[in-house]
Design a protein around this ligand. Structure first.
Ligand SMILES: [Zn+2]
Length: 425
């Protein structure tokens, strides 16, 4: 592929019928208002400093946490090995799914975060896939892996060493913990590390498979997913909104560092909340483009500037939502490419039944949204990484949120199966 100068997308607002639907809520926010949080030239020095110091810290004053963390890391080594050895059958599409519900996280009674949803969604997805007829299963090379813990090396591509250390050692202040919304305990630390690790592993898997695909460019691009992640509210040195680290940002930085074939990345964030962490983390970084479509009445904290922010009104229904998304996906494809890797933050808190979402999208509407993204990624002919994002069931009825989350993964698998089958004909 011939590349010219790498740039952020230049998408100008012009008069279009689509904009009339949401008129004042739509806004294109393109620009760079802050310097990058790290530079490539300074990165190596920062990494070696941080890793050495962190391991010293862990071995001395925080030995117990460090040893547990290290043992959890090594138990995940098999998963890491699996991701570096691509064994999928190249003749059929690949879809690797990571999950991290093995970490038993204790939250205070009555805590409003639906921690159980991860395991329930993963089990539902795994059950449906397992019960498919054999001939259907054989259409996609789909397997499930426990998310490895992210390494410190990986985390400090995106977050400050001091912050990573504070998370590990439990030295976050009361206010910092309140902003995240979770109490500190070791299981939560592991879960935070695995929430990043699964997305990093998914990205590594598709990037390695994409490298191999160079020999067979007409094959279907590899996809992977994390039944967790999409924690898009975390910044360089602090977390917020149930997000300790920013998994997609770390995975994007690791992919750029580790894979020469990955030069430009797109983050499609379709959670009802703005991906404010990713927006700030990639300001001034032309190699990663952030697109966030959110409810104008539902900012978690101060609004930030993504490369492209699209705001939709509260109680927004399917037609407005889908027409707007379709319009912007077409423009992104036409005006801001090319890309080598796409991340999809597939939050389902846009659902009408969501407790915190404030939008009115139907189950069918979320499925059509997913299909628009899958069509978009397949048209670009690049690897896709899907993360879970938000979804907050009402206390008395978890079914709609669980169904919507599960559908994202099941639909993706089916989409690959159908695409593979149609290309064979
Ligand atoms: Zn959300």
């Amino acid at each position: 592929m011939v590349r010219t100068q790498q740039r952020k997308p230049i998408i100008h607002l012009v008069s279009m019928p689509m904009i009339l639907l949401v008129s004042s809520q739509l806004k294109s926010a393109i620009g760079m208002i802050q310097p990058a949080c790290y530079t490539r030239t300074g990165k190596q020095a920062v990494r070696s400093f941080t890793v050495n110091n962190l391991s010293r810290t862990l071995q001395s004053s925080r030995g117990s946490i460090g040893s547990r963390w290290m043992s959890a890391s090594s138990s995940a080594a098999e998963v890491e090995d699996a991701t570096t050895s691509i064994k999928h059958k190249s003749s059929i599409p690949a879809f690797r799914i990571f999950y991290n519900d093995v970490y038993e996280v204790h939250l205070p009674k009555g805590h409003r975060f639906p921690m159980d949803k991860y395991q329930r969604v993963r089990k539902q997805v795994q059950k449906v896939v397992k019960e498919l007829p054999k001939e259907e299963q054989e259409k996609v090379d789909c397997d499930f892996h426990v998310s490895p813990l992210a390494t410190v090396d990986e985390l400090v591509t995106t977050h400050s060493y001091e912050y990573v250390q504070k998370v590990l050692s439990g030295d976050l202040t009361e206010q910092e913990l309140r902003n995240v919304g979770f109490p500190w305990n070791e299981e939560n630390v592991k879960r935070s590390f695995s929430s990043v690790g699964g997305t990093v592993a998914a990205a590594k898997f598709v990037c390695e498979a994409a490298e191999q695909r160079k020999d067979n460019p007409s094959s279907i691009p590899p996809w992977a997913a994390h039944v967790a992640g999409g924690t898009h509210h975390a910044f360089h040195d602090r977390g917020e909104g149930f997000c300790v680290f920013s998994d997609i940002a770390v995975a994007a930085n690791v992919a750029l560092q580790s894979f020469p074939n990955i030069e430009r990345i797109l983050i499609l964030d379709l959670d009802v909340h703005q991906g404010n962490g990713n927006a700030v983390l990639f300001q001034g970084r032309p190699e990663v483009v952030t697109f966030s479509m959110q409810c104008v009445a539902n900012y978690f904290s101060e609004k930030q500037q993504s490369d492209l922010d699209v705001e939709l009104p509260p109680d927004c229904t399917d037609q407005t939502y889908l027409m707007t998304l379709s319009h912007w996906l077409k423009r992104i494809k036409r005006e801001s490419g090319p890309y080598d890797l796409v991340f999809f933050q597939a939050g389902v808190d846009i659902l009408a039944e969501d407790r915190l979402g404030r939008m009115s999208i139907s189950q069918k509407g979320v499925e059509t949204r997913n299909k628009l993204v899958f069509d978009f990624a397949m048209d670009l002919n690049v690897p896709l990484v899907i993360t879970m994002g938000g979804g907050y069931p009402r206390t008395d009825d978890w079914a709609p949120i669980l169904q919507a989350h599960s559908n994202v993964y099941l639909q993706a698998r089916q989409y690959l199966a159908d695409t593979g089958a149609s290309r064979k004909q």
